[in-house]
Design a protein around this ligand. Structure first.
Ligand code: ACO
Length: 331
């Protein structure tokens, strides 16, 4: 497709709850150790939302920061897209609740259920709308309170997840802007849908006494299989963009991947042959915040001055579905 306009990231923001759950806290809850968690995942601590907070509250805080950074007002937004699998309610969408919190009306607002790839999926959609000239400013958020659907008796999963939100304003780029989306790809492989799943609570298995007793409303994951698929699919997604845009990995300033496991990030970096110094990692502080990991990492790296205007950034994610995707931008 020949783009009529270009899209760019005009502003970023993130919010994480105050409460910290450390590996040492987890030692008191399940049969695990700080050493096991650190060496097998790279995580040291994660954030937990307070009882009063829902996903839209986290998203709201992150949005205000991104809106400020983009130097726009909420009324300048043309669309809201949220990637989440732990929204306020099964329906309506968390985007509509956020729309109300932002004091907006009469713009499209919808959620995307693509697991950890939710933000990459959302930016892909925003890009199309902006390139077509239909809209100028889209708020794309990854937000998750996965700790609400965590089985706190399952040491295989409860050590992994944290809560947080990352927000981005995707805007039309002026012709003179060097900042722009270069390319993006999203895809899915539903043959593995059951490797990472919240079994109950939908139309297949509505909530019942039995489903609650059997903990079927919590997240189930076959970590080992997911691990291998994560590395392979993110590699495919990254190489596709590099190849399609005739770029060498050496030209990439920063790689930001979904923060699911330090060993996944390292294995992918090794396969792509990128210098580890060019890989953004914050997994030790927040664990896996699912759809929020990439926009949180991006915002942190921009605010700390690590990532700068004009840098070339390759991003890749992978999540429940199984979904995966990549994004290549010049900031
Ligand atoms: N503490 C101590 N031991 C543990 C723990 C724990 N917290 N968890 C598992 N173990 C044990 C297992 O029981 C097993 O013991 P056994 O050999 O006696 O059976 C042993 O450690 C090894 O278990 P594995 O599952 O093989 O461990 P692995 O090295 O694969 O690490 C992990 C597990 C961390 C879950 C890893 O597989 C992983 O990160 N997978 C990918 C997760 C992911 O990418 N998720 C992304 C999507 S999330 C989303 O979309 C919402």
């Amino acid at each position: 497709m020949i783009a009529n306009y270009y899209a760019k990231i005009a502003g970023t923001g993130h919010y994480v709850p105050e409460k910290i759950l450390t590996n040492f806290d987890l030692e008191k809850m399940v049969d695990t150790s700080d050493e096991w968690i650190r060496t097998r995942t790279g995580m040291r601590e994660r954030r937990i939302a307070s009882e009063e907070q829902a996903a839209s509250d986290l998203a709201y805080q992150a949005s205000l920061k991104a809106i400020k950074k983009a130097k726009i007002k909420p009324k300048d937004l043309d669309m809201i897209i949220i990637g989440t699998i732990s929204g306020d309610h099964p329906f309506p969408s968390t985007s509509c609740i956020l729309q109300k919190k932002l004091g907006l009306k009469n713009i499209p607002a919808f959620d995307i259920s693509a697991g950890c790839s939710g933000w990459i999926y959302g930016t892909n959609i925003a890009k199309q709308y902006i390139e077509n000239g239909i809209v100028k400013n889209v708020l794309v958020i990854g937000v998750e309170i996965l700790t609400r659907i965590t089985n706190w008796n399952d040491r295989n999963t409860c050590i992994l997840f944290g809560d947080g939100a990352g927000a981005t304003i995707i805007s039309r780029a002026e012709p003179k802007d060097i900042s722009r989306f270069i390319d993006t790809e999203i895809t899915a492989d539903g043959t593995h849908y059951d490797l990472l799943i919240q079994t109950a609570g939908g139309s297949k298995m509505p909530a019942s006494k039995e489903s609650v007793e059997k903990n079927l409303h919590t997240l189930y994951m076959e970590g080992n299989k997911i691990f291998k698929l994560a590395v392979k699919s993110m590699q495919i997604a990254c190489e596709l963009l590099l190849h399609r845009n005739k770029m060498d990995i050496k030209s990439i300033d920063w790689l930001i991947t979904h923060q699911a496991n330090m060993r996944i990030i390292q294995a992918l970096g090794k396969r792509l042959k990128i210098d580890p110094n060019n890989v953004i990692v914050n997994i030790e502080k927040y664990g896996n915040t699912s759809a929020a990991t990439i926009p949180i990492a991006l915002d942190e790296a921009i605010r700390s001055g690590k990532i700068r205007h004009g840098d070339l950034i390759l991003m890749a994610s992978f999540g429940a579905g199984l979904t995966y995707g990549s994004l290549l931008i010049r900031l």
